[in-house]
Structures are given as structure tokens and as C-alpha cells.
Ligand binder design. Structure first.
Ligand SMILES: [Zn+2]
Length: 408
């Protein structure tokens, strides 16, 4: 009896301790707009949306969902943990001024103000990228897509959800907002060089696949979400900006022979985004004291620049060049393949779709983006090395997934 009492008291103490750590603390919305859900479920009713910078009081939390209370507007419900940060907004008003957070003294910043300056300076149109971001996947349609396809609906906490802190706090050097503004300009540049393949049904199909993968991933939300667009080129290529813009060539879509293969293309690009490969050179730059150090670290940014606009232009130019010509490092490609296999499994897709994809990639460079990737044969053996044979062999391809598959 005494023992039970001691354990009860101990248990109460432990619970109180935990409560003190998580309950009552204040977090802030780190994305453009965060939906507050009636329960910890992406498909639950949306009770309202909170704007960036809004303070919320934490009631309880798990790795994936945080239960919050808000006084004004009066709201209570669940928010995706990925969309919250412990960083208090630095400027007055609702907006987090990342320009202020940025690189104290280094001048390199990504913000809407910088976008405006770049836009007028370069006479670059953002219309196409705005339309790309306006593509929204309907919740009910997505749920039907997932159910029909025997895929996962983001409610299984997999091994990927071992986050110990809000994911945005890991963006030590670059916030999600900055990654978004950098990505928008990189995307606008890409869309000034390529025509868009206009096919609403096919584009919606790819976006449903993309949403299925991200809601099951450790980072379901970015500053303004993930969006897929098809580029009208026969090349076999795909690329993504740090801001969540995923471009797939018509040639690659047409070469695919299953939905799981298309899912593999998208999962690979999502992996580059979530692993922040496109931000690495910027991070290095910010960590180095001066341009000479930056160059020694292999960064192409020229000279010590104090003009934020010039730094912004150089960073965008370098990023576009990496994505469309030079490519990521071999290590980054292997890393993206490994994570893609993981994301496919979490979403309920066949990781063997990734092997099927690697088998159709051109073997040698013809100037395309994939020409700089490691040889497909090396990638195939690497993926076979990480994906358990049982995953590769099993065939859970739902009939509906095969029947609805489309490349046109
Ligand atoms: Zn890649």
C-alpha cells in the first residue's frame, strides 16, 4: 500500500514536471497561415487560420501536433508542430521581420522587400510563380485520393517524428520565410527559362501525390506549402527550390510507368527541400566572417559585398546555376535518395518506385540536370543497400492506383 502511494506521488510529480515544461509556454506561428484543427488530424475541421507572428499558448504537444489556445482571435485547437517556432517576432506588428534576424552585419537577406527590389531591378515576372502557389489541393479530394490509393493519411507517427523541438528552431541561420522568398525568386527565374506544360488534371494528380507524401513526412508544412508544376520540355529532369516549388519535366512524367514512380520523383525533390540542400551555400556564407573565408569554403559569391541587393542577386544566380546546371554533390544526391525511400514508405508508396525511376534515367549527361547526378547504377545499388529487400519485393500496388495512373 505504501509503495503504491509512493509511486502515485512520484507519478504526480513527474507529470507536474512535464506539464510545467510544455504547458503554458508561448510559441509563435512561423508560416504564412496556419490552420487550427478541431483535433490532431490534418483532415479534421479547420476552426480558423492564424497569421505569421501570432502568439499561441501551448496546452499540450506531441512531435506532430500542438494543442494551443489563442485569446485573440478566440480559438482553441490543434496546429501542426512544424508551423510553430519559439522565436518571438522581432519587429512590431504581426510580421516577423526576417531581414532583421538576418545575418547581422552580413547584409544577405531574403524577404518580400528584397523580392520587390529584385523584381523591379531585373524586370522579372512573378505571375507564373504566384499562380503555381495558388494551386490548392482540396482536403476532401485528397482524402479520397489517399483512401482509393490505399495510401497513408498522415496519422501514423513513424520513426521520422522524433523531433525534440519545433522544427523551425532548427533553422538557425535561415528561417522558413527566408527559404520561401529565396525559392520564389529562384522559381521565377526557372519559369522565365521554361514554358509551363498546361494540363490541369495531370498537374492536380501530381499535387495530390505530393500532398500525400508531405502530410506523412516530418515537415508537412513549409512557409507557404509545397507545389508541383510541369515544365514543357522533353528532357528528363526535376528540380525544387528551397521554398517548396517542385518542377518536373514533361519528359520525365511521360517516361514514368506507375504512380509509385511519379511519387519517387516527387519524394526525391521533397527530400532536397527538407534536407535544406539548396540552403547550404547560403548557410556557409553566413557562418564565414568574410568573403575570402567564403570562397575558401567553395562559395561562388564574389567579393565582400555590403549591398544586400547585390548579395541577393549573386545568391539567386548561384542557386539557379546549381539547380539547372552544376547539380548537387554526389553525397547530397545519395542522401536525397535515401530519404525519398523513407518518405515513400511513410506515405504508403512502394519504395521500389525509386528503383524503377533510377532505371529510366539517362545514363550519361546530355546537358540536363540529371547529367550531374551520380551514375544511376551507383544510385540503384545505394538504394538497394538501404531499402530492406522485403520493401522492394512486396507489391501492395492497389488496383485503383494502377487504374488512375496517368502521364497525359
Ligand atoms: Zn537530386
Amino acid at each position: 500500500m505504501k509503495k503504491i502511494l509512493i509511486f502515485t506521488v512520484l507519478g504526480a510529480l513527474i507529470l507536474t514536471g512535464l506539464e510545467a515544461q510544455t504547458g503554458g509556454k508561448t510559441l509563435y506561428v512561423a508560416v504564412k497561415s496556419a490552420p487550427v484543427k478541431a483535433s490532431a488530424d490534418i483532415f479534421a475541421e479547420t476552426k480558423g487560420n492564424l497569421a505569421q507572428g501570432q502568439a499561441v499558448t501551448v496546452v499540450s504537444e506531441n512531435a506532430k501536433w500542438t494543442q494551443v489556445r489563442v485569446v485573440s482571435p478566440a480559438l482553441a485547437g490543434w496546429i501542426s508542430t512544424t508551423s510553430l517556432t519559439s522565436r518571438r517576432p522581432t519587429s512590431s506588428g504581426n510580421r516577423v521581420n526576417t531581414g532583421e534576424l538576418a545575418l547581422a552585419g552580413k547584409g544577405l537577406s531574403f524577404s518580400s522587400e528584397m523580392e520587390q527590389a529584385y523584381k523591379s531591378d531585373q524586370k522579372l515576372s512573378y505571375d507564373a510563380i504566384d499562380r503555381m502557389e495558388a494551386q490548392n489541393v482540396d482536403g476532401r479530394e485528397l482524402l479520397k485520393f489517399i483512401t482509393d490509393g490505399k495510401l497513408n493519411r498522415g496519422d501514423k507517427p513513424g520513426s521520422a517524428y522524433s523531433l525534440q523541438q519545433p522544427v523551425n528552431d532548427m533553422y538557425d541561420e535561415i528561417t522558413m520565410e527566408e527559404a520561401y522568398y529565396m525559392g520564389r525568386t529562384v522559381g521565377a527565374r526557372v519559369l522565365s527559362a521554361y514554358k509551363i506544360y498546361t494540363n490541369a488534371a495531370l498537374t492536380a494528380y501530381l499535387n495530390n501525390i505530393c500532398q500525400t507524401i508531405v502530410i506523412n513526412s516530418p515537415r508537412p508544412l513549409l512557409f507557404n506549402g509545397y507545389h508541383v508544376l510541369i515544365l514543357d520540355t522533353p528532357e528528363i529532369n526535376a528540380l525544387a527550390t528551397p521554398g517548396g516549388h517542385i518542377f518536373i519535366s514533361r519528359g520525365l512524367v511521360e517516361a514514368a510507368t506507375s504512380e509509385d514512380m511519379l511519387a519517387a520523383v516527387i519524394a526525391h525533390e521533397i527530400s532536397h527541400i527538407q534536407l535544406e540542400h539548396g540552403l547550404e551555400s547560403v548557410k556557409l556564407f553566413r557562418l564565414t566572417e568574410n568573403a575570402a573565408d567564403a570562397r575558401r569554403s567553395g562559395i561562388a559569391l564574389q567579393g565582400k559585398q555590403d549591398d544586400p541587393k547585390i548579395l541577393f542577386m549573386q545568391t539567386i544566380a548561384e542557386s539557379v546555376d546549381t539547380l539547372t546546371h552544376t547539380g548537387y554533390s554526389r553525397e547530397q544526391e545519395f542522401e536525397a535518395d535515401a530519404k525519398a525511400a523513407d518518405l515513400l514508405v511513410l506515405a504508403g508508396y512502394q519504395p521500389s518506385g525509386l528503383l524503377d525511376l533510377l532505371k529510366i534515367l539517362p545514363r550519361s549527361g546530355s546537358g540536363g540536370w540529371y547529367s550531374t547526378h551520380p551514375a544511376p547504377s551507383a544510385r540503384i545499388s545505394a538504394v538497394e543497400g538501404i531499402v530492406p529487400a522485403t520493401w522492394v519485393r512486396q507489391n501492395n500496388n492497389a488496383a485503383v492506383r494502377a487504374a488512375r495512373f496517368r502521364t497525359k
